[in-house]
Design a protein around this ligand. Structure first.
Ligand code: FES
Ligand code: FES
Length: 187
């Protein structure tokens, strides 16, 4: 049995300490510790369904070593949905636009969309398609996903809000259970 090493990182705003072998992926660490909103697809970096927010960047957790994240800050779609207004807007838009069918790609897709809106955020369908190119969806044909992200981008620019959303201080709602999609449309 592989030796277990201690690592501490922040997950959804809470400092956590884990025991994990050196080779364990961030995806496996999260799922083994009940963060099931992070989906496991290919485990080869191809499908994007495992995408999480690591220090403000969307990363594929299946190809990220858990121990490389020691001391860093990880947010799953569920944590973001409670703590971040932009993610909550995206979740609502996905529901309203019918962007979810089986929902397997949705957590990763929303984190990728948040990354786009935080770092670029133009209401530009081509740019949105490029931003989610690393996230595969076998159900929707992508159009409704692009519509949802486009609508939020338009809303942000109409309201003249800054694109870089700030995570709200973690509140007690984080302790509440969310939907299987990671707290979609909880507002
Ligand atoms: S499970 Fe990570 S990219 Fe597919
Ligand atoms: S909704 Fe099924 S994979 Fe995207």
């Amino acid at each position: 049995m592989a030796e277990l090493l201690t690592l501490t990182l922040k997950v959804n705003g809470e400092e956590k300490t884990f025991q994990a072998p050196a080779h364990l992926s961030l995806l496996r660490l999260l799922r083994d510790n009940l963060y099931w909103e992070v989906k496991c697809g290919c485990e080869e970096g191809d499908c994007g369904t495992c995408t999480v927010y690591l220090d403000g960047r969307a990363v594929k957790s299946c190809v990220t070593l858990a121990h490389a994240c020691a001391g860093h800050e990880v947010w799953t779609v569920k944590g973001l949905g409670y703590a971040d207004d932009l993610t909550a807007k995206l979740q609502k838009a996905f529901v309203e636009c019918g962007s979810i069918q089986c929902g397997f790609c949705t957590p990763g897709m929303i984190v990728a969309a948040k990354h786009y809106l935080d770092h670029d955020g133009r209401a530009d369908r081509k740019a949105i398609r490029e931003a989610i190119a690393g996230n595969l969806c076998r159900c929707t044909g992508y159009q409704k996903i692009v519509d949802a992200i486009y609508n939020v981008a338009c809303e942000l620019s109409n309201n003249d809000l800054p694109h870089n959303s700030k995570l709200k201080t973690q509140n007690s709602r984080l302790g509440l259970s969310g939907s299987p999609l990671g707290g979609v449309a909880h507002e």
